[in-house]
Design a protein around this ligand. Structure first.
Ligand code: IZC
Ligand code: ZN
Length: 402
């Protein structure tokens, strides 16, 4: 299966070595799902390849959404008024709402229902140019429901084109059954769930919500080290609201990524740089919760690879629109268009352990790309509020035409 994309007005891509390439009048060839050659000027003979005319438009790598809570029952629109009345996110959780109300709805949902809802979301993401997506569990907090969420992710890998990376987030909140027994829940995760999830190959990563009133840095360390021993890469939700040591832990482990980081301190940023940990920033969550924006410029200055993702979930970011997150990153974090594109391609792929295969347009990399309804990269950050993705290609095949 061969593919030739020609008449590319502007090809924009980060490169593996850290540079950023923008080339006009380009073409790209792929075979068996991988990029074989790129060039400028006259394209090579098509020789039986499928030919796609990019129409003089922008082409970038397919977008990677490195942080989503894709699988959940119900929604939480009822929290909107509470939030408007000033009840904080953690207070809603402490009252048994928030994550725990989604847990209740996810426990009640059938597998087929979760698969159908996830498929609907992925269809929308693909139409927005997303070709790879992380998906976390964490709305079961019991054996059967965590496995049901991971089964839904496994099923979705087989039935639609967006590539999925599964993350086990059993440590998303303390379930009501363990309210008086924190240590018992951590034991359940480390002794029963993590070994089971790893043995069955149900997840690539293990994640913990390290936050005031949720899990401490010491608990997160125990859980993530257990995951690492079982072959699960470490991720951590940290400094979303308070800095309680999770970011320092992420750098020390090291974790593949630390996510949120709104309240990150200089020490935390330093630790991420030392550990080579990717900072996954979630600007649509800052927007939706009315919180400050993470210190992306300081992180880049410190040498931390910065990724940007949606955080799609029913509580703190009920939007799956990665283009919106990119635009917020550009305006609120003051990232340049090139830095922002790097954050949703190369760095996001690195946050999913796929940096050697996905996220740049270079020979040998997977042929995941988007032909945009945009003449150049700046335009993506200029025309906000509508879907600018045109044709989406995954592993060398056209999978979406808007
Ligand atoms: O359902 O509120 N921050 N987890 C940690 C979330 C947000 C998702 C939720
Ligand atoms: Zn999250």
């Amino acid at each position: 299966m061969r593919l030739l994309v020609h008449n590319i007005g502007c090809l924009a891509t980060p490169l593996a070595g850290g540079a950023f390439l923008q080339r006009t009048g380009a073409w790209l060839a792929a075979e068996d799902g991988k990029i074989t050659a790129l060039g400028a000027g006259l394209p090579p003979e098509a020789q039986g390849a499928a030919v796609v005319d990019a129409g003089g438009q922008l082409v970038t790598p397919g977008l990677v959404d490195a942080h989503t809570h894709l699988i959940f029952g119900g929604w939480r629109q009822h929290e909107l008024t509470l939030k408007r009345q000033g009840v904080p996110y953690l207070e809603i959780l402490a009252r048994g709402g928030g994550i725990l109300s989604t847990v209740e709805m996810t426990r009640k949902a059938g597998l087929e229902e979760l698969v159908a809802k996830g498929a609907g979301a992925l269809k929308q993401m693909l139409a927005l140019g997303v070709t790879t997506c992380e998906a976390k569990s964490g709305y079961g907090l019991d054996r059967a429901t965590e496995l049901k969420q991971l089964a839904a992710i496994a099923r979705l890998k087989a039935v639609q084109p967006v590539e999925l990376a599964a993350t086990f987030l059993g440590a998303h909140a303390l379930p009501p059954e363990y309210r008086e027994n924190r240590a018992g829940y951590v034991d359940f995760l480390t002794q029963e769930m993590i070994p089971l999830v790893a043995r069955e190959g149900l997840a690539e990563f293990c994640d913990v919500f390290c936050e005031t009133g949720v899990f401490t840095a010491a608990e997160a360390e125990k859980i993530l080290r257990t995951g690492l021993r079982h072959g699960l890469g470490a991720k951590i939700h940290t400094d979303e609201i308070d800095a309680i040591g999770g970011t320092e832990l992420a750098g020390a482990l090291p974790a593949v990524s630390a996510e949120h980081l709104i309240a990150a301190t200089d020490r935390g940023i330093d630790a991420l740089a030392k550990g080579g940990t990717v900072a996954v920033l979630l600007p649509a969550t800052s927007f939706y919760l009315g919180k400050p924006y993470a210190r992306a410029r300081d992180m880049i200055a410190a040498g931390v690879p910065v990724a940007v993702a949606t955080d799609y979930n029913p509580g703190s970011c009920p939007s799956l629109n990665l283009q919106l997150a990119m635009q917020l990153a550009c305006w609120q974090y003051r990232l340049t268009p090139a830095e922002t594109l790097t954050a949703v391609t190369r760095n996001a792929a690195a946050a999913l352990g796929r940096g050697d295969r996905i996220g740049t347009l270079e020979p040998g990399m997977q042929a995941d790309l988007v032909i945009w309804k945009a003449p150049d990269l700046d335009y993506l950050f200029y025309r906000f509020g509508e879907n600018l993705a045109g044709t989406v290609i995954k592993r060398g095949r056209v999978v979406q035409e808007n």
